[in-house]
Design a binder for this molecule. Structure first.
Ligand code: IVH
Length: 710
């Protein structure tokens, strides 16, 4: 048992801070380095808390290398930050053959290619390692960086130089002056086993799997340690290149090989989707005999000009997909079914499981979706346990697929206890006791599968979840105000809604029970919190809209909305009209690309609710959402509102929209006074007529291409 902080003397406190700094550094490295953590999260938190408490009691003793100066679970600043010239993206996943056919169909549709025209795809193993971007200038490697968040990663150049698969100089007269080669760093099973044996004889903790080991090894501060770890590298993609050496994926990868990179030997190209899938099964069979981990097969459109046209949707390319191998499975006991109440009042059942390792990860929770799912009535198709209900105490089979939340796939009825009873789904909210109802969905003519608490803002669970959403990473993202703090402040009556966050400092100044005197806080941390809040008063407009937590309004929808309305006053005015059932405003809302009736109704509902408006208006006085900046300032269509109509012949509607948006234009589905330009193909009807009536500029497809100079 440790001494209470109040009983520590200065020398004792100093000594303990030193020990804590060492211990926490060690654990941080084990955690971030990908090694197996040696302590549980709770033990780690306790160490951090103790460190903080002592520091708060003895502010003069805070060390320069204090763990409290490192941010929670974020990557430590031990490597230099490296900004990628071209973002490193991720891949969309396919889990079934059907998903692959759908992918190919989407690509064809986007490109306006009929089934008769040839469309070639490559297929190659998806390596389960970590991606690395290597930059070559005039054939010499100048930097190597991890993916990080895709925009910036860590500069691990010195370590990458120790990997023998990575050439430091490229041979060939056709090597572009600027070339970023991307690929996967991995460790072979053989090397992994040998390394772990060595760790064991040296009495060090062992690694969990080759992927974590590769990650940990690449991120060693001392590159001589990396050099002792046999890491490998496969090249499969690229970032910035001043001149591509070929017109196809296959061609570029061929060049990579010639220039000295290792490329995967199971890469092939096919014109037929069935052949892609056959190749997938071939690789799947090889998998067990491979000396490295793979978790699927990646398909890519071969022709680079087509890749270019297809572009990206949010963080992944439209021209590629990862066909994942079936997920790993394991049996365990379903210990309890708990009900969580979400931000929108949805009652979500969660399975508490006896801990079990599935695919290298310890799983303790699984989603149970909703009432019907537990009763065995739910979306049957994909579920093996169709028709069988789930009960507390059951033996269940879990599956974990990629990053997806674990699912329960099957239940063993033979092991079910004779005294077990079907789970009774609550009819009242477990938090506020308001009635919980399953709404009737007019459109589908069915009862909604989700049961919702009708308590609204009076339900503390909903209020807290809304606040958590408000401060979350993609919303206001306030340093020092995470889920835990928000929950604590809510429970202590300090904040009950989003606007309260911004009056916190003022109220604190006038209060006798100041935050700095509360558990876990001090002068410095409270000051920092207030500063962080101040800093977020000026906020990206889309973050503001997303933070409101309106049903169906995710980050993308928030972006669509702000791109269209531009600034807060315009948005406010429009939403108030929508809530007022003004037809013109409603039509204008639905004309925004990406906004359908579901979102429209959700907005109307939100902006009609008096309590929401109270908070919204109060919040609008506290923060300054920054008007949207145009994406491309110098394009001839930036800032313009464009409508595409008629049957386009050289591009699909989706492609046209993507193109216009890339150039900084807004694309709308209907013509109004606000439209700047109508691009019309043959057969354009009422929209074209309206454009002429309103005197709006019109162009045909060729005119469009001439305008944007393509
Ligand atoms: S292509 C623009 N090919 O998978 C997309 N990625 O889930 C470029 N990965 O971050 C990626 N093997 O780390 C590609 N043969 C392969 C891959 C591969 C593994 C990784 C890569 C990427 C992640 C996406």
């Amino acid at each position: 048992m440790k001494k209470p902080v109040s009983e520590l003397t200065v020398p004792l406190a100093k000594a303990e801070l030193e020990v804590l700094a060492g211990e926490l550094l060690h654990h941080d490295e084990a955690y971030h380095g990908g090694d197996s953590p040696e302590v549980t999260d709770a033990q780690y938190d306790a160490l951090r808390r103790r460190n903080l408490e002592i520091e708060q009691a003895f502010p003069d003793l805070v060390r320069d290398d204090s763990p409290s100066k490192r941010v929670g679970f974020e990557a430590m600043d031990k490597f230099e930050k490296h900004y990628h010239a071209v973002a490193m993206l991720s891949l969309d996943n396919a889990f079934s053959d059907q998903d692959v056919y759908d992918f190919a169909k989407r690509v064809r549709r986007f490109l306006k290619r009929s089934n008769e025209e040839v469309l070639r795809f490559t297929a190659e193993p998806k390596i389960d390692g970590l991606s690395l971007s290597l930059r070559y200038e005039n054939g010499r490697m100048v930097s190597a960086a991890t993916r990080g968040d895709g925009t910036s990663g860590e500069n691990v150049t010195a370590n990458a130089r120790t990997i023998t698969d990575i050439p430091s100089v490229l041979n060939g007269r056709d090597v572009p002056e600027i070339l970023e080669v991307r690929g996967e760093v991995y460790m072979t099973h053989d090397a992994f086993v040998r390394l772990n044996e060595r760790m064991e004889t040296e009495g060090k903790s062992q690694y969990v799997n080759p992927r974590n080991t590769a990650a940990g090894s690449l991120r060693q501060l001392d590159s001589s340690i990396t050099a002792q770890r046999p890491l490998r590298f496969f090249a499969y993609a690229w970032g910035e290149v001043n001149k591509l050496p070929a017109a196809t994926q296959t061609g570029v990868i061929g060049k990579f090989k010639r220039w000295g990179f290792a490329v995967n030997p199971m890469t092939a190209a096919f014109d037929d989707v069935d052949d892609l899938i056959a190749h997938y099964h071939m690789i799947e069979e090889e998998r067990a005999d491979l000396d490295y981990d793979i978790d699927g097969v990646v398909y890519k459109v071969d022709e680079l000009a087509l890749q270019e046209r297809l572009g990206f949707v949010s963080r992944s390319p439209r021209w590629a997909i990862a066909h994942k191998f079936p997920a790993e499975k394991a049996w365990t006991v379903l210990e309890a079914i708990e009900i969580q109440v979400g931000r929108t009042g949805a009652l979500t059942p969660v399975a508490r499981l006896h801990p079990v390792t599935v695919g290298g990860v310890v799983v303790t929770n699984a989603t149970l979706h909703n009432e019907d799912y537990i009763a065995g009535l739910g979306n049957g198709g994909e579920l093996l346990r169709e028709g069988r209900d789930l009960r507390e105490g059951d033996y269940v089979m879990l599956q974990r697929a990629g990053d997806v939340i674990p699912q329960i796939l099957d239940v063993n009825l033979e092991k079910r206890s004779s005294t077990s009873k079907p789970f009774e789904f609550p009819t009242v909210c477990p938090v506020c006791s308001s009635k919980a109802v399953r709404e009737f969905n007019e459109k589908s003519g069915k009862r909604d599968s989700v049961s919702r608490c009708t308590g609204g803002m009076f339900c503390s669970a909903q209020a807290v979840e809304r606040l958590k959403h408000f401060v979350s990473r993609n919303a206001f993202d306030i340093d020092g105000l995470g889920s835990k703090q928000v929950e604590a402040f809510y429970n202590q009556g300090l904040i009950s809604n989003a606007a309260d966050i911004f009056t916190l400092r003022k109220r604190d100044e006038e209060s006798e029970t100041k935050i700095m005197n509360r558990d876990g806080w001090g002068v410095t941390s409270a000051g920092k919190l207030f500063d962080a809040i101040e800093e977020r008063r000026a906020i990206d407009f889309y973050r503001f809209v997303f933070a409101l937590g309106i049903r169906h309004v995710g980050e993308q929808t928030a972006k669509d909305l702000v791109r269209s309305y531009g600034d807060l006053p315009t948005f406010n005015a429009a939403m108030k009209k929508v809530a007022d059932y003004q037809e013109e405003a409603w039509q204008e809302l639905l004309a925004i690309d990406g906004i359908g009736e579901t979102v429209g109704e959700a907005l109307r509902e939100f902006f009609s609710e008096a309590h929401n408006m109270e908070v919204y208006d109060a919040l609008s006085l506290e923060v300054i959402p920054k008007p949207v900046e145009q994406v491309t300032g110098d394009s001839p269509v930036s800032g313009k509102t464009i409508v595409f109509t008629g049957s386009l012949e050289q591009m699909t509607r989706e492609e046209a929209k993507a193109m216009a948006e890339r150039l900084g234009a807004k694309v709308s589905g209907s013509v109004s006074k606000k439209t700047d330009l109508v691009v019309a193909g043959p057969g354009a009807g009422s929209k074209m007529k309206k454009a002429v009536e309103l005197g709006i500029d019109t162009l045909d497809e060729n005119g469009w291409f001439a305008l944007i100079e393509r």
